[in-house]
Design a binder for this molecule. Sequence first.
Ligand code: MN
Length: 241
Amino acid sequence: MPRPVIAIPASTAPEPWYSPSFTLPVSYLRAVEAAGAVPLLIQPTADLEILESLYSRCDGLLLAGGEDIHPSNYGAAPHPKLELTNTQRDAAELWLARRALAEGMPIFGICRGIQLLNVAMGGTLYQDLAAERPGPIDHAAGDACRDFRLLSHPIELAADSWTAELLGTASLAVNSLHHQAIRDVAPGLRAVGYAPDGLIEAVEGAGSGFIAAVQSHPELIWQDADPRWAQVFAGFVAQLR
Ligand code: MN
């Protein structure tokens, strides 16, 4: 049986060298490859025929980390602490996510990906946690010390969630590299994981069709800091077969 293909929309390089470039951290590709699938980078084009053509070759959708999602996508005005956005990527990913949702293509989201999924399904975001939802946990702790594998805060998962089942535990520590997060969870999503400050750290689909997403970065830790996440990537790939 051929290995399933997972679409991963790319980002835009923040510092163009020769010309603007599309980019994606290698860690996403290696995690998907190790789990038995073939990653297919999707360039964020506005040409829907091209997106359609690429989408039609894929069995699953992985929404990766990256820029802030522009708040116009969920009906909010930009907050002064909004960081770099990429409206071209927003549009392409929202198209892909809604297409996958409509057709029941399995979706897994990471960091920006959990936020994109929430926005695609009608939810909203905190644009800057430190300004809009200050609390005892620094959710950008890994960014601050440039240690992306630092397991900086615990989360608690619903014991009956798919994510807890794959990890083999409902309580664990995760890395945290985000300044945005889910504010109002979308209808159709179920919050299944929380940080101790009450922030949503994991969601899953409330209906049929496979949907799961996390606010942390398992693609950075499955090889060493917490190998249990390899089981989650493998579990996602198993949904594709
Ligand atoms: Mn966090």
